[in-house]
Every structure is written in structure tokens, then in C-alpha cells.
Design a protein around this ligand. Structure first.
Ligand code: ATP
Ligand code: MG
Length: 214
């Protein structure tokens, strides 16, 4: 019987994926939130889960270290998604990639064609493309987290970040001024694995599609 490895990140992706995995008959034998294990066995002798950083999921699948993975559209856009088959939008971990600025900042006046803006973000590629499309020059400042702080201490004029409720922005006197793209998590599949292990992978894909009503 073929072995299948599925790459996931803990936190919201694991929580939202667990019901979908269950619909495919896959239940983790350990809880990644409490276990220190990075490889989790499941009730399926031939299916295991690996727990990696959200932004590392595409890399594991791209190189075939995992056959399947679940990753946010944000992560896939930054990764480039080359060679990854993305058959399903799972509609989980939904939020929006947005531009945010201090609440008294006049964004409309600041982003005319040819303007220059300092933008702090973890999402360099997405931010670069977004502002290039508008003809706005950006000095991009790469951060790894807590982007909301940057405009408050003069590191940047604006940030590009994921927003769901907007409460973190509000708590830091920022406002969202532009939606770049709606975000949700996708199933990603290694192309070679799909060919070589189709008999095992296809039923999992079908169960996921059924569970999300597609
Ligand atoms: P880390 O927290 O390890 O630095 P991360 O922030 O990328 O990495 P998570 O916070 O677990 O990891 O986010 C995983 C994915 O969940 C993101 O890639 C994104 O697709 C989605 N996500 C992030 N923030 C939100 C949010 N506020 N609401 C809904 N989905 C979100
Ligand atoms: Mg996070």
C-alpha cells in the first residue's frame, strides 16, 4: 500500500483542516498544539501528517517530501506556486490581503501615479506587484511579523498584511484602505505523486471536494 504524507501548519490551518481530513477518513493520533512531534501518525496506517511553518508547506510539496499540503493563498503567491497542482480552494482560513495606514493618513492623495511610498510587509512579492500595477514606487521593508507596529514608529507609511476582523488594526490606530486579494487556503498536490500514487490520492481529493460541497 502506498504511503501518503500531508504537510500542514498548526494553528488555524490545522484546526480548519481537521474536519476535512476527517471527511476523508484521516484522523491525527496526536494534537500538534500539545505534541512536540513533527510527524504525526494517523488512524490510517499509510497516511502521515507533517507539521511545518505555514510558509514552508509549498516547499515540502514542491520537492515531493510531502505528497499533499494545505497552504494559504498568501503563502502560495509569495512562493510562486511553480509545479504545484492546486485542485481545490478549501475555503478555510479566510481573510483578505490589504493595505493599511495610520487612521489619519490620506491614502488616496498619497498613491497617485509616480508617487513614492514606504511599505512594510512580510509579503514582498504581492506588495511589489500591487503597487507596480498602480504605478506607485515603493520602498519595501521586509518584516517577519507585527507589521502593524511599523507605521506607528515611523518605519513605514503603509503596511501590506492579512486582515480578518480588523480589530488588530483598530487597536493600533490603523485603517484598511485597499483590498489586494481575498485569501483562503488551497489544497496543493505534488504533480509526480499525483501520477504515481493516484489510486491513493484521488479518493482523498474526492472526499475533500465532497466535504466542501464542490
Ligand atoms: P507564523 O505564525 O508561524 O509566523 P503564519 O503567520 O504564516 O506563520 P498562521 O498565523 O498560522 O501562520 O497563518 C497561516 C495561514 O492562515 C496564513 O498563511 C493565512 O493564509 C491564514 N491567515 C493568517 N491570518 C489570518 C486571519 N487573521 N484570519 C484568517 N486566516 C488567516
Ligand atoms: Mg501568524
Amino acid at each position: 500500500m502506498t504511503e501518503i504524507t500531508i504537510a500542514l501548519s498548526k494553528g488555524r490551518i490545522f484546526e480548519d483542516s481537521a474536519p476535512l481530513l476527517k471527511a476523508a477518513g484521516i484522523i491525527a493520533l496526536d494534537d500538534p498544539e500539545t505534541s512536540r512531534k513533527l510527524i504525526l501518525a494517523t488512524n490510517h496506517a499509510n497516511v502521515r501528517l507533517i507539521i511545518v511553518r505555514a510558509s514552508d508547506v509549498p516547499t515540502y510539496v514542491q520537492y515531493g517530501a510531502a505528497d499533499l499540503g494545505i497552504a494559504g493563498k498568501d503563502v502560495l503567491l509569495e512562493h510562486g506556486g511553480t509545479e504545484l497542482y492546486q485542485p481545490l480552494d478549501l475555503n478555510i482560513a479566510r481573510c483578505r490581503m490589504m493595505v493599511a495606514v495610520p487612521k489619519d493618513f490620506d491614502y488616496e492623495s498619497a498613491v497617485f501615479q509616480g508617487a513614492r511610498l514606504r511599505v512594510a510587509t512580510k509579503y514582498l512579492r504581492t506588495a511589489r506587484e500591487h503597487f507596480a500595477d498602480k504605478g506607485v514606487h515603493v520602498d519595501l521593508i521586509k518584516l517577519y511579523g507585527s507589521m502593524e507596529l511599523a507605521p506607528l514608529v515611523g518605519l513605514a507609511d503603509a503596511i501590506v498584511d492579512l486582515v480578518s476582523t480588523g480589530s488588530t488594526l483598530k487597536a493600533n490606530h490603523l485603517k484598511a484602505v485597499e483590498v489586494i486579494i481575498p485569501i483562503s487556503s488551497r489544497l496543493i498536490v505534488n504533480q509526480a505523486a499525483l501520477k504515481l500514487k493516484r489510486e491513493t490520492i484521488q479518493p482523498i481529493l474526492d472526499a475533500f471536494s465532497n466535504a466542501i460541497g464542490k
